[in-house]
Ligand binder design. Sequence first.
Ligand SMILES: *Cc1c(COP(=O)(O)O)cnc(C)c1O
Length: 401
Amino acid sequence: MTSAILPTYARANLAFERGEGVWLYTADGERYLDFGGGVAVSSVGHSHPHLVEALTEQAKKLWHTSNIYTIPLGEKLAQRLADLTFADVTFFTNSGAEALEGAIKTARKYHSANGHPERYRIITFEGAFHGRTLATIAAGGQKKYLEGFGPVSPGFDQAAFADHKALEAAITPETAAILVEPIQGEGGIRVLPTQCLRGLRELCDRHGLLLIFDEVQSGVSRTGKLFAHEWAGVTPDIMAVAKGIGGGFPMGAFMATREAAKGMTAGTHGSTYGGNPLAMAVGNAVLDLVADPAFLAKVEAMGLLLKQRLAELKDRHPAVIAEIRGKGLLIGIRTLVPNTELVAELREEHLLTIGAGDNVVRLLPPLIIDEADIADAVKRIDKACATIEKRLRDTAKTAAE
Ligand SMILES: *Cc1c(COP(=O)(O)O)cnc(C)c1O
């Protein structure tokens, strides 16, 4: 059957009807263990009672008013985020790319407000992913996303990953900011070393640049801290957030210090839906759960346990698994076979995972997983690896005959 959906995704022939916790169910009742979390979105699992209640209660009262009026739940969420992070102010968006667009505009406007409109260029990193809008594909700099879409949006310079010297050489009098994911997600769960993050902060301070973190994937407790940069003890001037912050409701945010956001005055930016009452009800409910220190401690513990168990699998299956990397519940398995092969084999085992760059299979489970879920997932990965190994052996045997 041909689909009426624009075919920009190579979709799996698999549909789900409902979800509960870490499980997804098809219409005929088959269940899948969800270690993809809808790409790090389902931060507290599916149909979490606290989120369902927040959403349905709000749905009965008021869905939308527009940002022309004060939205009390948005005021509340922004204040809570200000209390919990480096940021003083937040702008709510509907997606990650929209959050990045706002972050980029904020950085450029800062220098313009300081009398330096020529400082508009932003340095990004090889392997980065910042979204699919015209500006964010330019920021990501990946050819496969840019090709055929006309002139590349100007103002982005790309530096090698974790190369301090190359980075310093890329800074010019036109540079406004450095934009980086503390842990590259789509790029293949590449963790930027702590000394690099500290080096970036120091470099930005020395050159009067703003530091922008893209924590769309790494943020909202995914690594066991509310935001991944907290591990390094450095703070950005601006940060983009999305995915897990809505727990499945489409929302994002860009946040900034009051100083960095000085150019963003009335009329400079907007969004019709951004931060509407429905989104804010859910956003507050997500934060109720994920900002709790006990929740964060459990994410860290589960992340360590999962990584440990995966390291054992790497030893058992050296022909399939090359490396385990990541932090908290943002984990990458770099494979020796095509990553798509392991993702497909895991799907056969009813374990959902997600591919990434650098031949990596991503594990981004809901942050509520426990020891039993990890044991279950590890068993399925073990089995999938064994199947692939058998196939490799059979192929080798056929070739030798
Ligand atoms: C997913 C992602 C984005 C884009 O978010 P959308 O909601 O798809 O627009 C941007 N940056 C990072 C790091 C991401 O993982």
